[in-house]
Design a protein around this ligand. Structure first.
Ligand SMILES: *Cc1c(COP(=O)(O)O)cnc(C)c1O
Length: 464
């Protein structure tokens, strides 16, 4: 039948190594080792080509919110493909899935975020945002307002625009990023950068960097500030409670646009449809992707407030993608939103499974290797450290220990990711208490193995 049924793993790995270039991967090293090949999935579990079953602690790449194996989405896709597999929305035409999805998103989004520009991914949506906020100010007669402020260690995608808005030093080191007109302030990462300050004081100080940067650049030159409500790819960095109210105050004071990149935090990840609600922030634009379709189809977009959308509507916006609002992707997203809503999945996260995860994950903080273990909704992280009291870093290069820990985790059939020496999870929102118990047991075993490994190798040393 399919290749996965007829070929042994080694053959699949050889083909992969010979021809497939993996994203964010040292492909030479992977080719020697061989990729783990995932062939099936159901609920929160993956099956690989050797028949091993893994708990997917990352919901794919933060996206499979409703879990795997929901045939309703397959049926929605097939139905739409038979009826209208493709049409564009450029030529003064529209189609039912795109317009219905836009209307549904307007209903779900907070405030007057009533308009949607579709893309195929989060990166593309942020490219749209970059052009849209600059065009907005141009139409307002302030074309000099073009600078977008972003944050170090933020993640906004991998295109030229997205990678520039992001603040990943490893990305900026390759391919000529960032493009002009984007500046970065520091992240609200208390654990690593807070020193002796309280989290509250540190959160305020980091938010006030936005005000200082606006004043330095000249308030009339700043178009927008973009940030993730909770940094995802940066390591599930949950800002101190003081951070977002202060950001909102500053954004209001200088009248700049606020873009909340909710590609991860949207669609229930933090226990709300959008994390902006939980944090009480009022963005002008929300970036969406990932959980919008639970990853079953590639689709993203920008949900835009009345003021910006009405202004942009005054002229032709010379921007768009062949697959903007793709009918199959939109039909699948609509079905995904129906399931999230009708099955009460987000409410259950907020009131039941997220508090359970917080307690269970938090219990890992008693491990000798763990400096902190925190969560918000269904995203969680822990810091590995050689010395809990001082929140010390390891003497080894950042990421060395995290990688060792990740390898043990994969060996224990738990997909847990590392960002430098922080371990992170973001499981499907449908994860049950029993699954969480199993996930935590495997994570604890992983930490024990990592600790023993570091002891054995003499790696429990703090950086000077
Ligand atoms: C994943 C991600 C993106 C990029 O989305 P792609 O679909 O991979 O292009 C943008 N912003 C955030 C916050 C993300 O997590």
């Amino acid at each position: 039948m399919s290749l996965t049924n007829i070929a042994p793993t080694s053959e699949l790995q050889a083909l992969d190594a010979a021809h497939h270039m993996h994203p964010f991967t040292a492909n030479g090293a992977l080719a020697k080792k061989g990729a783990r090949i995932i062939v099936r999935a159901d609920g929160v579990r993956l099956t690989d080509s050797d028949g091993q079953e893994l708990i997917d602690g990352m919901a794919g790449l933060w996206c499979v919110n409703i879990g795997y194996g929901r045939t309703e989405l397959a049926e929605a896709a097939a139905r739409q493909m038979r009826e209208l597999p493709y049409y564009n929305t450029f030529f003064q035409t529209s189609h039912v899935p795109a317009l219905k999805l836009a209307a549904k998103l307007a209903e779900l989004a907070p405030g007057d975020l009533n308009h949607v520009f579709f893309a195929c991914s989060g990166s593309e949506a942020n490219d749209t945002n970059l052009r849209m906020v600059r065009q907005y100010w141009a139409l307002k007669g302030q074309p000099q307002r073009h600078i977008v402020i972003s944050r170090k260690n933020g993640y906004h995608g991998s295109t030229m625009g997205g990678g520039s808005l992001g603040g990943m030093s490893g990305m900026h080191a390759q391919g000529g990023l960032p493009i002009p007109g984007i500046v970065h302030i520091d992240q609200p990462h208390w654990y690593l950068e807070g020193g002796d300050m309280t989290p509250e004081a540190f959160g305020l100080a980091r938010a006030q960097q936005l005000e200082a940067k606006i004043l330095e650049l000249g308030p009339d030159n700043v178009a927008a500030f973009i940030a993730e409500p909770v940094q995802g790819a940066g390591g599930v960095i949950i800002p101190p409670e003081s951070y977002w109210p202060e950001i909102q105050r500053i954004v209001d004071k200088y009248g700049i646009l606020l873009i909340a990149d909710e590609v991860i935090t949207g669609f229930g990840r933090t226990g709300y449809w959008f994390a902006s609600e939980g944090y009480g922030i009022r963005p002008h634009i929300i970036t969406i992707a990932k959980g919008l379709s639970s990853g079953y189809q590639p689709i993203g977009g920008s949900i835009v407030c009345d003021e910006v959308a009405h202004t942009i509507a005054q002229d032709e916006f010379n921007h768009g993608y062949t697959y903007s609002g793709h009918p199959v992707a939109a039909a699948v997203a609509l079905e995904n939103l129906r399931i999230l809503e009708e099955e009460g999945i987000i409410t259950r996260v907020r009131h039941e499974t997220a508090p359970y995860l917080a307690q269970a994950w938090g219990s890992l903080a008693d491990h000798p290797l763990v400096g902190e273990a925190v969560s918000r909704g269904m995203m969680a992280s822990l810091a590995l450290t050689p010395d809990k009291a001082s929140r010390a870093r390891f003497a080894a290069d950042p990421g060395t220990v995290g990688y060792i820990c990740r390898e043990y985790s994969f060996g224990n059939n738990l997909v847990m990711r590392h960002v430098y020496d922080r371990m992170i999870i973001a499981p499907p929102l449908v994860i049950t208490r029993a699954d969480i118990d199993e996930l935590i047991a495997r994570a604890r075993k992983t930490l024990d193995q990592t600790y023993a490994h570091l002891q054995r190798e003499g790696m429990l040393k703090a950086a000077a």
